[in-house]
Ligand binder design. Structure first.
Ligand code: CMC
Length: 429
């Protein structure tokens, strides 16, 4: 299509707005001057038709079920690359050569410990505290320890803070988990790979030897890659929103973690398992649960189904369906919830309701089953999602700060409240 501009007619006056074309041919109407020229704004609750940034990081075609990081298909990255390569790719734009990979990995490895003082934070939180709250609080607190690397426009400080955060997030996450189960915290072991170190800090105990199973390590790596980035999702949009005020990386990512926590976003993998458990406990009558999901008067939704962007299979769920079988086989576990999930998918995808609304399994439908097989408790699911999403958040924060056109994000609104009224003293109300 060679559309050059879009015309808008308001009260007989015609306005022209330029068209922006993306590298995959997507088109958008540039309305930055709309309010100046017409006095009007657009209203788009949930931002379904609003582009908030030009970005070169991730491409999604929701109609075709395509996901690419910096041009590389997710299937290829999951099959061939390591998470550290993908993190480098997302943040710096290109796959690293061997020397870059060594330097990057070496630097991240050197920063894995957190200040001993920070460990005391964990003592004051209740044992049942949700680890996402701890994760966000400690990430935010890093800004108080590393005041030497907070300037988002100093390239050296940016580099240092990125490496620090990538290195420390697994340690912070694992300490949160150990706190919740009352076990001693396990320090990072820098000879291990990034995913192996995560498993080690989460599951090792000082009293026993712990070896990371290479297949489980690979599955963890794949999970992290799959969650690496997903363009302008809720938490990344939050990161961009907070970062646009020129907040430092730690403060910005702390906000991203909190946005990810909700059940409609990163909390959905936890909600999927809770739903599958409820179905299992209820006797496994899948028909009943599918009907509940279709019932307009019932608030129940099939968790792990549907997506704002994918109107076809989420390519991540296809990869994870296979991976979940692999991990369960490898660990010699049989999980009745996997059987329920597979049958549920089969039944739902034969229903007009799901087909017409184009609701397919999303990334969360199978990721929870893998995490459960690995031994993660439900509350840790969104934490692992956050570990995977970190390079994406960093990449967007960096891309935004490197862009000279960035302005503070400040949407408008349509005010629908009271018109001016007079204050009434409390005794007269
Ligand atoms: N089960 C039953 N009906 C559904 C579902 C579902 N999971 N998802 C959407 N619908 C229906 C919804 O009721 C609506 O019907 P109608 O048009 O008759 O009102 C229609 O489909 C469109 O749904 P929507 O809520 O307007 O779509 P959305 O783009 O605003 O929401 C979603 C997307 C992912 C929040 C939603 O599909 C959902 O709540 N899914 C379950 C939660 C979930 O799996 N979230 C993980 C998202 S993927 C990972 C991530 O981004 O973090």
């Amino acid at each position: 299509m060679s559309v050059k501009s879009a015309k808008l007619t308001l009260e007989g006056i015609e306005y022209d707005f330029p068209i922006v074309r993306g590298s995959e041919g997507e088109l958008g109407i540039d309305i930055r001057k709309l309010r100046d020229r017409t006095g009007m704004i657009t209203l788009d609750e949930g931002f379904g038709s609003t582009g908030s940034a030009k970005s070169a990081i991730t491409y999604i075609d929701g109609e075709q079920g395509i996901l690419r990081y910096r041009g590389y298909p997710i299937e290829e990255l999951c099959g061939k690359a390591s998470f550290m390569e993908v993190a480098y790719l997302l943040i710096y734009g290109e796959l690293p050569n061997e020397q870059q990979y060594e330097q990057f990995g070496g630097s991240v490895r050197r920063h894995t410990m957190i200040m001993e003082d920070i460990k005391r934070y964990y003592d004051v939180w209740p044992r049942h505290a949700h680890p996402m709250a701890l994760l966000s609080s400690v990430v935010s607190a890093l800004s108080t320890y590393y005041e030497d690397s907070l300037d988002p426009f100093d390239p050296h400080q940016v580099q240092v803070s990125i490496h620090r955060l990538l290195a420390k997030l697994p340690t912070i996450a694992a300490f949160s988990y150990k706190k919740s189960i009352g076990q001693p915290k396990i320090y990072p072991l820098n000879k291990l790979s990034y995913p192996a170190n995560i498993l080690h800090m989460m599951f090792a105990v000082p009293a026993e030897d712990y070896g990371v199973d290479p297949d489980v390590e690979r599955a963890m790596d794949k999970l992290l890659i799959i969650h690496g980035d997903h363009e302008q999702n809720c938490s990344t949009a939050t990161v961009r929103m907070v970062g646009s005020s020129q907040a430092n990386l730690f403060a910005t990512v702390a906000a991203g973690v909190l946005a990810l926590w909700g059940p409609l976003h990163g909390g959905a993998n936890q909600a999927v398992i809770e739903m599958l458990e409820a179905i299992h406990t209820d006797g496994g009558d899948l028909r009943k649960w599918v009907d509940k999901a279709k019932d307009k008067d019932d608030p129940f939704r099939l968790m792990g189904f549907g997506h704002r962007v994918y109107k076809n299979f989420d390519p991540r769920s296809t990869i994870l369906r296979e991976a979940s079988r692999g991990v369960l086989d490898k660990l010699g576990k049989h999980d009745p919830l996997l059987d329920i999930a597979i049958k549920l998918e089969e039944i739902a995808l034969k229903e007009d309701y799901f087909l017409e609304k184009r609701l397919y399994p999303n990334v969360d439908f199978y990721s929870g089953l893998i995490l459960r097989a690995m031994g993660f408790p439900l509350k840790m699911f969104p934490v692992v999602f956050a570990l995977g999403r970190l390079p994406g958040w960093i990449a967007h924060w960096k891309e935004m700060n490197d862009d000279p056109n960035t302005r503070i994000a400040r949407p408008r609104q349509i005010y629908v409240g009271h018109n001016e009224r007079k204050y009434v003293p409390i005794q007269e109300r």
